[in-house]
Write a protein that binds this ligand. Structure first.
Ligand code: NAD
Ligand code: UD1
Length: 332
């Protein structure tokens, strides 16, 4: 298939581009490099053994999208391009709605004009907000607690409404839990700018000696060791989930939202210990106050994704830490 990958130079998009290329798809990456290094497309080619095309463009630019669709004539689109920092979204909500919501809308209009009817969209487990039940099924109410989560919820709604109006549309919105790790080649991975917001890249930087200690945000949650429990998923498993979702979107019309997680929980302290084992380094940490907005537990029910696509996560916490450490070691 000819597949347009928006945000394909980013963390999850770059790993997905590798998996698509290796599966034999023709890939064009569209990215404005707002949050990606310029050499990522070359690195993708080095890992995959073949190159993707590159269009440097903004997903909110309708004229640029029309040109890309006319040139490449994609049969399917995987849409990663967007802004993803929860804290920043609360400070500049209009920018988040412009890029994440208006950008997605502009892309869908370009798809409609070009007759392209296969879409996979990056949503997030953050659309569920504070969970009523664990593990979280797709039928759980959607009640995000911040503008980033709302931007994802709004796009899910737009895709659903588009599907109702256009019965031929095949669309899958994937609700990712906590993506971590890197490609085992260590040629691509997550390169956060400034202080990492998320646990795994922070732990990796402490192991590398770049930061003194991990602040553990609360040890008085209702969890086995009192620290937050999350469903971490290896980014290569997540990339393979996109291949499966693209096949599902191509198999027939319909709009579906699917969780992408392992269904297994890992606490902050377990993550620190597993990273110590993977890196062979001691990782200093201290307990601090809870981070506002955090939930105690977030775990996917991954059954529906497995049932619809046959996909299931294969890589364990040890592999997530080992691959993240190999990547971190190449950075510092
Ligand atoms: P990322 O920032 O590494 O990748 C996003 C890519 O989109 C970057 O390469 C960036 O340069 C590009 N981009 C940003 N704005 C753009 C624009 N206006 N036009 C064109 N390109 C633009 O993020 P990621 O972690 O790879 O996330 C990919 C998607 O998955 C995002 O939509 C994100 O919200 C979603 N998501 C991520 C996580 C996570 O923890 N990483 C979890 C759930 C959902
Ligand atoms: C974050 C996002 C969420 C997004 C998810 C997936 C926030 C507030 N939420 O959630 O919207 O969908 O990533 O990428 O950013 N922790 C520490 N110390 C740290 C960092 C984190 O103890 O320095 C703890 C957190 O309290 C949490 C766990 O580690 O219990 C994981 O945190 P993080 O990696 O930020 O992911 P989420 O909180 O799940």
């Amino acid at each position: 298939m000819r597949v347009l990958v928006t945000g394909g130079a980013g963390y999850i998009g770059s790993h997905t581009a590798v998996v698509l290329l290796q599966a034999g798809h023709e890939v064009v990456i569209l990215d404005n490099f707002a949050n990606a290094e310029r050499d990522v497309p070359e690195r993708i080619a080095a890992v995959a053994g073949r190159a993707a095309g590159l269009e440097e463009a903004d997903v909110t630019d309708a004229a640029a999208l029309a040109r890309v669709f006319a040139r490449f004539r994609p049969e399917g689109v995987i849409h990663f391009a967007g802004l993803k920092a929860v804290g920043e979204a609360a400070e500049v909500p209009l920018e988040y709605y412009r890029v994440n919501v208006a950008g997605s809308l502009t892309l869908m209009q370009a798809m409609a004009a070009a007759g392209c009817m296969r879409l996979v969209f990056s949503s997030s487990a953050t659309v569920y907000g504070e969970p009523d039940a664990i593990p979280i099924p797709e039928t759980h109410p959607l009640r995000p607690t911040n503008p980033y989560g709302w931007s994802k919820r709004m796009v899910e709604q737009i895709v659903e409404d588009w599907g109702r109006a256009l019965p031929g549309l095949g669309a899958v919105t994937l609700r990712y839990f906590n993506p971590v790790g890197a490609h085992p080649s260590a040629l691509i991975g997550e390169a956060p700018r400034g202080t990492p917001n998320n646990l795994m890249p922070f732990v990796a930087q402490v192991a590398a000696g770049l930061r003194p200690r991990v602040s553990v945000f609360g040890d008085d949650y209702d969890t086995p060791d009192g620290t937050g429990l999350r469903d971490y998923i290896h980014v290569m498993d997540l990339a393979e989930a996109h291949l499966a979702a693209l096949d599902l979107a191509a198999a027939g019309p319909g709009v579906q939202a699917l969780n992408v997680g392992t269904g297994r929980g890992c606490s902050v302290l377990e993550m620190i210990r597993a990273f110590e084992t993977a890196s062979g380094r001691a990782i200093a940490f201290g307990i601090t106050a809870r981070r506002p907005g955090d939930v105690a537990v977030s775990l996917a029910d991954p059954a529906l994704m497995r049932q619809r696509t046959g996909w299931a996560a294969r890589r364990d916490l040890a592999a997530m830490c080992a691959d993240a450490w190999r990547w971190q070691s190449r950075q510092s």
